[in-house]
Design a binder for this molecule. Structure first.
Ligand code: PAF
Length: 283
């Protein structure tokens, strides 16, 4: 595995690989790799000749109240994990390399951001779209891999790739779960022992929604209310939102029809957990 810190060097290597007809799979991350990232790398490894992993904590996507400095970083651990999982290029630029001066151009996401977590994180997805535009231009991937745990990010990237005509296939990868169904997240360690026991109720509520849809329920409000009842009955968490939209365009739906997302966020005492499920109804 090659560790590369300079954009020019990364581009040079990619051009060589492309000249040799190699397909490029790209896994963009902010580091502190966990099992969710490993699933992305594994999938990229299966589908491409070359796998590029980027680790860059992108200041542009942090809000003023979000602590950029406190974001966990561990270069040596990430490097080892990447190497062990078969990454070919570990792209690790610093902030000066990625943003050498005040940016003269920024990508503004116009749609898909005013709902779910985007509502409480203004500007976040502009930062994500801006850095991904830069990374896509550097890495020139054939396929880019993103976890469905952050389904709104996947929807935004889908819009970015489509609107800016990037010749990239977006590959959404299913959320990795604990045995009891809880979506894996670095935030789970912040749950109190009692909350950890309760937390599978989030996924249970999504399964309940799926069951209701399979049983013919088409009213989103009825589903949301049953989910809320389940979560409130089984946990001490405070529901931040339970919402249902069309996917990936994230528009409100009055009836369960086509491809939809059921998404939730629940606040526990020291951790806010998110989860979602995509369901397709074709009748
Ligand atoms: O999901 C992330 O880790 C980040 O939002 C991403 C896609 C690497 C952009 O900085």
């Amino acid at each position: 595995m090659k560790v590369i810190t300079k954009i020019a060097e990364m581009q040079k290597q990619i051009i060589q690989e492309k000249n040799n007809q190699k397909s490029i799979g790209f896994v963009p991350t902010m580091g502190y790799l966990h099992e969710g990232h490993m699933a992305l790398i594994k999938r990229a490894r299966q589908e491409n000749d070359i796998v590029v992993l980027s680790v860059f904590v992108n200041p542009l996507q942090f809000g003023p109240s979000e602590d950029l400095e406190a974001y966990p970083r561990d270069f040596e651990r990430d490097k080892k994990a990447a190497e062990d999982s078969g990454v070919d290029y570990f792209f690790y630029p610093d902030v000066n390399e990625m943003y050498p001066g005040a940016p003269s151009v920024k990508v503004i996401v116009q749609d898909r951001t005013e709902v779910l977590c985007g509502r409480s994180r203004p500007g976040h997805f502009d930062g994500v779209a801006t850095v991904l535009t830069k990374l896509f231009n550097i890495v020139l991937p054939d396929r880019a891999y993103f976890g469905m745990k952050d389904a709104q990010q996947v929807a935004v990237v889908d819009g970015l790739i489509h609107d800016f005509h990037f010749p990239i296939t977006l590959v959404p990868v299913e959320t990795v779960r604990e045995e009891d169904g809880l979506a894996k997240s670095s935030r789970n360690v912040n749950l109190l022992p009692e909350e950890r026991k309760q937390a599978p109720a989030l996924y249970e509520s999504l399964k309940l929604a799926e069951h209701m849809i399979n049983e013919g329920v088409r009213d989103p409000e009825r589903i949301i209310s049953s989910m809320a009842q389940h979560i409130s009955g089984q946990t001490s968490g405070i529901i931040d939102y339970i919402e249902i939209y069309s996917y990936p365009d994230l528009k409100p739906v009055s009836k369960i029809q086509g491809k939809i997302i059921i998404a939730l966020a629940v606040k526990f005492s020291r951790a806010r957990l998110i989860d979602n499920m995509i369901v397709t109804v074709n009748e």
